[in-house]
Ligand binder design. Structure first.
Ligand code: ATP
Length: 776
């Protein structure tokens, strides 16, 4: 297993397009573009270490000679591929191919149990003929054969069900794990893109109310950046509501993703596990199609030659319906079967049966073909809507109960009930529509089957009366007809489930269609999983077969340009962290430049405070340092190295971020901790992580005075000997920083110590004055 390539290669990481550029920033057009660091080689390295890349400062000489690794892909003219479907036939077949033996056993036992089932009517007819004395055979002889069939059928069935079910459960576990992984390694903008900004009305209302309170008596600018100018409580209530909004909208999307991985993949799983029974799925298909096997096969199998011809003709009549309903390879199968019917009608003494079958063939064929087309067209949107409605219900439940305190505090129960009711009604409507379509489909099939039965009863009855047919043959024939009727019914149901499964797969594929894998993250993850797979068997789920080795090698080839991981620790524990001429726009708002040529150096082992008006871009800087996004232009460097030359999982090891109590996940019992306790847990984690770079983003803003003091003490301890960036709205908390950087309009406009900045009497000084005023 350890040698198999990882799943993420299956998800087709876009092919690499590394290039050695003479202009370090020219081709870094967008942070949303795939990780394509402008890796440049220092000339002094080139003679000795052919693949050693460094990202020097922009003024460094750039080596333009070709690198073999880079050229391999670029010379092929490979471009970035659009990601393949998350769920595809290729994926399923590659996963199924891992269970060849079980599949072979399933096929063998399926043939076995179908043979038993289809032989039963034959022996029923014989039994009837022996009873009425038409066949001079001992009764026990027929009965013993029936007993063997009755004994074998359940044995074959149980082996078939167990094997097929096991295979499909295993395949679906892999698929589930891989979809989960595929979502997990998306770029952050994937999660931004799908965040629903339509929040539940009580939160909107609460936010508006808080804003109205805060605005009371303040200038009605409506801008967030006057918050520092108003009272501290108002400031907190405003920012708290905004954060709650963000948390809430994230949960909303999380609900949809949860539904994708649970209920949508559930319908895919059910297509086999729910259709594995006696009357559905493969079993029904094999029973319905068995009779369309070659005439020779039937003749060999059945001692009474007239029965097989009759039954074959009848069986084919039903089998065509199945083929048409499934609308797959219709014409080939139909033509082939028509040929068999014509042959039979020539040979058979039962010409009228065959003629009837041929007539009904064309009639029902046309009907089924048209019906299946209409059915397909009309039900796919309903299946989709049903899936979506289910997901929305999950969202609503998730949102309501995870934010139950907020709902309570704003009296939002009614609002949530109304929203839930609305979604349940939508689910009910789509469920009723779906049920109606299913029942119409089923009833129409029954009508077709009953008409055929009635006609066959009339024809068969008349022929028995006229002495042209034996009663035993008619009994067998009726038995076959019922068997096939059940099989066709089962297939119609399976067909309905298939549509649901296709709709679910389509939904999963559409959610992940425009998504972009974060390669720099995926690569590190892949490497780590490979290492850990030996100890943790759970990671085995994320492996697929050899079929995607090509993707794997391309990806490895591309990522092999990354620097060795050992050097990162050394650099981060001694070097400065710099933002050099950083420009940045969020991928979802590429026209709005948030950072505009920002320069900032965080000296190793010192504390830098980042302050500035709301919306200036402070948190954006944190996101770039954490590498949730990459700069549109410019560099983030550590010890002089572009951080993009390291994979993201390595980078995550050298950066610790302590956010507010809202973002801190503290496990199942986290709900019992106070804000201050949670914050201290978060700090303890950062301490344990022992990373050289520490980022504190409003780490104490949500705390009361006592908790703040305790947390601040813990932070002071944590900051020692690390490169620290502190973001705080309360300027009183950052006065002791080694340097204070004021961020405004996407740049650092003032830089110095607290006293230096005060004496400069600039924006920082006026911010301090405004806050003092507010607290007085
Ligand atoms: N994921 C995102 N996608 C698009 N725009 C964003 C995103 N996150 C933030 N922004 C925008 O970027 C700008 C800067 O936001 P940022 O959060 O960095 O400011 P800030 O200085 O940290 O503000 P505050 O002090 O209020 O936290 C804002 O206009 C904000 O709306």
């Amino acid at each position: 297993m350890a040698t198999l390539p990882l799943t993420l290669s299956l998800f087709t990481l876009p092919k690499p397009r590394l290039s050695l550029s003479s202009s370090p920033s020219s081709s870094m057009s967008s942070s949303s573009a795939s990780f394509r660091p402008q890796l440049r080689r220092r000339s002094k390295d080139s003679a000795t270490v052919s693949f050693a890349y460094t990202a020097g400062p922009p003024t460094d000489p750039i080596v333009t000679e070709n690198d073999p690794k880079v050229d391999v892909s670029s010379s092929r003219g490979e471009s970035v591929e659009s990601p393949r479907n998350a769920i595809s036939w290729g994926l399923l077949s590659s996963l199924l191919s891992q269970h060849k033996l079980r599949i072979a056993v399933s096929i063998f036992t399926l043939v076995g149990c179908t043979t038993c089932t289809l032989s039963m009517p034959l022996y029923s007819g014989k039994f009837f003929e022996v009873l009425i004395g038409k066949t001079p055979e001992p009764l026990w002889n027929v009965l013993s054969k029936v007993a063997v069939l009755y004994a074998l059928e359940p044995i074959f069935t149980v082996i078939f069900v167990i094997n097929l079910n096991t295979v499909w459960e295993k395949v679906m576990s892999n698929v589930r794990a891989q979809i989960f992984q595929r979502v997990l390694i998306q770029k952050v903008e994937f999660f931004d893109r799908y965040k629903k900004y339509g929040l539940c009305c009580c939160l909107k209302w609460a936010a508006l109310r808080a804003f109205a309170l805060a605005l009371n008596g303040a200038p009605a600018s409506g801008r967030r950046d006057w918050f520092p100018g108003i009272s501290r409580d108002f400031q907190f209530s405003g920012s708290r509501i905004l954060q709650l909004q963000q948390v809430s909208s994230a949960q909303y999307w999380v609900g949809e993703l949860t539904a994708l991985i649970t209920s949508d993949l559930g319908s895919l799983k059910d297509i086999v596990s729910e259709n594995i029974s006696r009357d559905r799925g493969f079993r029904a298909l094999s029973e319905a199609s068995y009779s369309s096997l070659s005439k020779r096969g039937w003749n060999n199998m059945h001692p009474v030659h007239s029965i097989p011809r009759t039954c074959t003709t009848s069986g084919v009549t039903y089998a065509y319906g199945v083929c048409f309903s499934c609308s797959c390879s219709v014409n080939l199968v139909a033509l082939n079967q028509l040929k068999i019917i014509l042959q039979l009608s020539r040979d058979s003494s039962l010409g009228s049966f065959s003629s009837f079958a041929i007539g009904s063939y064309f009639l029902a064929a046309a009907e089924c073909y048209e019906f299946s087309a209409i059915y397909k067209r009309s039900t796919v949107p309903i299946f989709k809507a049903h899936g979506m409605a289910q997901a929305l219900i999950a969202d609503c439940v998730n949102e309501t109960f995870s934010a139950i305190r907020t709902v309570r505090s704003f009296g939002g129960e009614k609002c949530q009930m109304s929203m839930f009711g609305n979604q349940v009604l939508a689910y009910q409507t789509s469920g009723i529509k779906l049920g109606t379509f299913k029942s119409i489909n089923e009833s129409l099939t029954r009508v077709a089957v009953y008409i055929s039965l009635l006609a066959l009863f009339c024809l068969g009855g008349n022929k028995v009366k006229a002495g042209e047919l034996s009663a035993g043959i008619v009994v067998s024939f009726i038995g076959y007809t019922f068997t096939l009727t059940f099989a066709v019914q089962g297939l119609v149901n399976t067909f309905g489930d298939l549509r649901g499964a296709f709709a679910a797969a389509e939904r999963i594929n559409s959610v992940l269609a425009g998504a972009e894998i974060d390669e720099a993250l995926a690569y590190g993850l892949e490497r780590d999983i490979k290492r850990q797979e030996v100890h943790d068997k759970n990671f085995g789920l994320f492996f697929v077969s050899d079929s995607d080795r090509n993707n794997q090698s391309l990806n490895m080839h591309y990522m092999s340009s990354l620097k060795s991981t050992s050097s990162l620790g050394t650099l981060a524990w001694s070097g400065d962290l710099c933002l050099e001429d950083v420009h940045f726009s969020y991928p979802l708002r590429p026209d709005v430049e948030i950072l505009n040529g920002l320069n900032l150096m965080l000296k190793f082992g010192t504390v830098t405070a980042l302050v500035g008006p709301s919306g200036a871009g402070k948190s954006t800087i944190v996101q770039l340092l954490a590498r949730f996004y990459e700069p549109t232009k410019g560099y983030v460097t550590v010890g002089g190295q572009d951080v993009r030359t390291f994979d993201k999982s390595e980078w995550a090891r050298v950066v610790s971020i302590v956010n507010q109590g809202y973002d801190t996940l503290v496990g199942e019992r986290g709900g019992l901790l106070s804000g201050g306790q949670r914050q201290r847990v978060a700090i303890a984690r950062a301490l344990l992580k022992n990373a050289p770079i520490l980022i504190l983003d409003e780490a104490t803003s949500a705390l009361d005075a006592v908790s703040e003091r305790l947390v601040q003490e813990a932070l002071n301890h944590l900051m020692k000997g690390r490169t620290t960036l502190v973001i705080a709205h309360r300027l009183s908390t950052v006065q002791n920083a080694d340097q204070i950087a004021l961020c405004s309009d996407g740049k650092i406009t003032e830089l110095g110590t607290h006293l230096e900045l005060l004496s400069r009497k600039g924006q920082y000084a006026s911010l301090v004055a405004t806050q003092r005023l507010a607290f007085e």
